[in-house]
Design a protein around this ligand. Structure first.
Ligand code: ATP
Ligand code: MG
Ligand code: FE
Length: 346
């Protein structure tokens, strides 16, 4: 069947249409520009934008695929985690479509969606694999088996800020435009990554090999900027040195997790996986360590509807049971399985 995926967990309204691992159509709308003057996503603005954009996105994805609503055979929707009001728009719409079309509904975990992001572009995922999720709200190392069936094992998370959050906050401190991650990426190009030695938090710690911490690094960059108002160090070098500290820690811990678990496949996903230096350093370090690296195309790293459709398609083909019709948004969902809102066993 054609699976329609719906994503509304943050500021992107995404719709994807996938059948048997093949992408048929997609649409994406973002309210990013409306949040710029506040320096961060405003939930009420994001939710209102989803209300306005969702039905047009569904229409445009169907048009792109040359399909009619009656061709849809299943619906997958991000049930959590994310902003409560934003998630609620997608979940309510998904329930309405599923009821109107008489098709099954699958509530899925947003981060499992990130893991499925490039299933439509490439091969099935290796099993098992180590996954590094680096996004605006999460920084986690996971051991992943069969995404549709097996529980996902958490190896480590961040103690404080997520990597994407750190990019965004440091960008703000250094006067770069919103959103910070892509701005840092651009501003660092061609600059000296070794100009300043910013801290690499929790590296070389045997008691916390897979645990991250980024708030101290953020503070270190802010302090340096405050105390060197007339520095000769070019701003691009400061930015490149900060970025290097983040991607150094991320890649070192991910490779360590692969080594410790005897797993030679690494998947890096989430918005920060779009970072060009992270992609470059991960590629060179994985090649050195004999690890196969998989990273989705850049536009599939940030939030989109295709990843949710790809995950739904995987669940449908695995014969997973649909979610109950009273599926609710789960803003604080914990990642232990790809599917959320699973029917409770009788
Ligand atoms: P989560 O997936 O944890 O719920 P989210 O959905 O808000 O968070 P994503 O859309 O997955 O986050 O990723 C957005 C984050 O990725 C932002 O913090 C953004 O700054 C960061 N990001 C996007 N592109 C880049 C880049 N090229 N370099 C660094 N960071 C980037
Ligand atoms: Mg976003
Ligand atoms: Fe995300």
């Amino acid at each position: 069947p054609v699976v329609m995926g719906i994503e509304t967990s943050c500021d992107e309204t995404g719709v994807g249409l996938v059948r048997d691992g093949v992408l048929l159509g997609e649409a994406l709308s973002t309210s990013m520009d409306q949040h710029a003057r506040y320096g961060g996503v405003v939930p009420e603005i994001a939710a209102r934008a989803h209300v306005q954009s969702l039905v047009p996105c569904v229409r445009s994805a169907l048009d792109a695929a040359g399909l009619r609503p009656a061709d849809i055979g299943a619906i997958a929707v991000t049930a959590g985690p994310g902003l409560a009001t934003a998630l609620h728009v997608g979940v309510s719409a998904a329930k309405a479509y599923a009821t109107a079309l008489g098709v099954p509904l699958f509530g899925v975990h947003h981060l499992a969606g990130h893991l499925a992001a490039d299933l439509v572009d490439g091969e099935p995922l290796p099993n098992p694999l180590i996954a590094l999720i680096v996004s605006g709200g999460h920084t986690s190392l996971l051991r992943v088996g069969d995404l549709a069936r097996d529980p996902i094992v958490h190896l480590g998370d961040t103690l404080d800020d997520a990597a994407g959050e750190c990019f965004d906050k440091v960008a703000r401190v250094l006067g770069l435009p919103y959103p910070g991650g892509p701005a840092v990426d651009r501003a660092a190009v061609g600059h000296d990554r070794a100009a300043l030695a910013f801290p690499r938090p929790l590296t070389g710690r045997t008691d916390a090999p897979y645990t991250f911490s980024f708030s101290g690094l953020k503070t270190a960059v802010a302090r340096w900027a405050e105390s060197h108002p007339d520095s000769d160090v070019p701003p691009g070098d400061v930015i490149a040195s900060f970025q290097e500290a983040v991607v150094d820690v991320l890649t070192a811990k991910a490779i360590r997790a692969c080594r410790d678990h005897g797993i030679a496949d690494l998947l890096v996903v989430g918005g920060v996986a779009a970072n060009s230096r992270l992609r470059e350093l991960a590629a060179s370090r994985c090649a050195e360590a004999g690890i196969r690296l998989r990273v989705p195309a850049r536009r599939r790293c940030t939030d989109n509807g295709v990843m949710i459709a790809a995950l739904g398609d995987l669940l449908v083909r695995a014969g997973a049971a649909p979610s109950p019709p009273d599926l609710a948004a789960m803003p604080g969902a914990f990642l232990d399985h790809a599917q959320l809102g699973l029917p409770t066993p009788a």
